[in-house]
Design a protein around this ligand. Sequence first.
Ligand code: ZN
Length: 179
Amino acid sequence: MLRTLSIVAVIALAISAVLACGQASTQPQDVGARAVAALVGPDGSGMGVVTLTQTHHGVLIAAEVEGLSPGGHGFHIHTVGTCSPDFAAAGDHFNPGDVGHGYNNPAGVHAGDLPNIYANADGAARADYFTAAVTLDVDVDHSLFDADGSAIIIHENPDTYGEDAGAGGRVACGVITRY
Ligand code: ZN
């Protein structure tokens, strides 16, 4: 009996470890919570807005961007909520699970990894994303509102989705702010 119980306990622990690694809390406390990131370029000019909404299942992210070069651009959540003194201050990708980068990497993916955004010939881009890897809830694992906040970064080049993002410089940044 004791042996059966301890096996069950080990399995339960293993399952919760997998959940903790791969996604945020499965039961958001603050459904309907919203946040926004006002994007600016390196010269401080406005480049659009990203809106984040907590749903029952994860976070919906709507991006409306302008002023990009035509073509694909890496689009990520970075780990520090600041864009100054320059965009490097936003740090690396949001990665509370401390895992590898990239959808095509067996050791991935960062919670802050998102698919590329594609700008048209005028430099405008529009995208909706959905991810269960982050949450707008506070004081929980994978919260975008941990002690140092978080930011949206758009890169010069598309993300390779491999172990090395290869997306180049940072062309837009916005601090994610709840409202
Ligand atoms: Zn990035």
